[in-house]
Design a protein around this ligand. Structure first.
Ligand code: ADP
Ligand code: MG
Length: 262
């Protein structure tokens, strides 16, 4: 699924080294270090305000770093390296990088005035320049994959939250991303709709998609994730396999957090 070019930061799908981000005087990310292997799923847990969403947004260049480096698929995010120096990328290059990263938010963010099908084909046609017939064919395949073939012509407002989120996942996949970022994708859903979204994500993981998932669904983290990361105060406090993080928690802060949510 992913090519894996060599680079100085190592051969990983995602590398964060000392990633810092401040909003004014508020230092939100204080040096995040993380690696994710190609084809693996990394779950990020942590209390509200610990910087999880900001970190995902940095990965997609929706926020600009104040320090450190981020690399996705062997390429620095937002910078080009030339003769040992870093240069900021042009807007068009940033857009090209962003197109390779799919992002799914808690709040679905579908275009309300477009049908499900129109939502899915919009970016492939206008960003990837794929012809409409091909875009529709791929969209229908994706709708079938997420179990919504019969909703192609429906408008988002007529769908349940779980259905809307599955459309949002199909829309992200339509761009053939190298990496999928999920920011609490089931947090806004009624409990009985959570399972259908997690099932789609489980299937994606099984197909070898590289994924970073911010979630409070510990069952999913345990079962699907290769690596679980606990963030607090803008840093990675602890990381390990699900087994290590849940059954052999090392740090006081992770223990306290898991004690509250388990
Ligand atoms: P989490 O996703 O872990 O709950 P966030 O990354 O959303 O945490 O937020 C971390 C901190 O950064 C919070 O204190 C939040 O208020 C602050 N923050 C996030 N985005 C902005 C912004 N655009 N401007 C100012 N502060 C922000
Ligand atoms: Mg968040």
């Amino acid at each position: 699924m992913l090519s894996s070019p060599k680079s100085s930061l190592g051969n990983y799908a995602v590398v964060a080294r000392g990633v810092k981000k401040a909003f004014g005087h508020h230092q939100v990310l204080n040096g995040v270090d993380l690696t994710v292997d190609y084809g693996k799923v990394c779950c990020i847990l942590g209390p509200s305000g610990s910087g999880k969403s900001t970190f995902l947004r940095c990965m997609n260049h929706l926020e600009k770093l104040n320090g450190g480096l981020l690399q996705v698929g062997g390429e620095l995010v937002g910078y080009r390296q030339h003769a040992g120096k870093l240069y900021e990328m042009k807007k068009s290059e940033v857009a090209r990088q962003r197109a390779d990263i799919g992002m799914v938010f808690q709040s679905f963010n579908l275009f309300p005035h477009m049908t499900v099908l129109q939502n899915i084909i919009e970016a492939p046609i206008h960003v990837r320049m794929i012809n409409k017939a091909q875009a529709i064919e791929r969209a229908m395949d994706l709708l079938s994959k997420v179990g919504l073939s019969d909703k192609a012509n429906a408008y988002p407002r007529t769908l349940s939250g779980g259905q809307q989120q599955r459309v949002a996942i199909a829309r992200a996949l339509a761009m053939k991303p190298k990496l999928m970022l999920f920011d609490e994708p089931t947090s806004a859903l009624d409990p009985e709709l959570v399972g259908e979204v997690l099932q789609v994500m489980r299937q994606l993981a099984a197909e070898g998609m590289t994924m970073i998932v911010v979630t409070h669904e510990l069952g999913f983290a345990r079962e699907v994730c290769d690596k679980v990361v606990f963030m607090d105060g803008g840093v990675v406090v602890e990381e390990g396999s699900p087994q290590e993080l849940f059954n052999n928690t090392k740090t006081v802060r992770a223990k306290a957090f898991l004690g509250k949510v388990l």
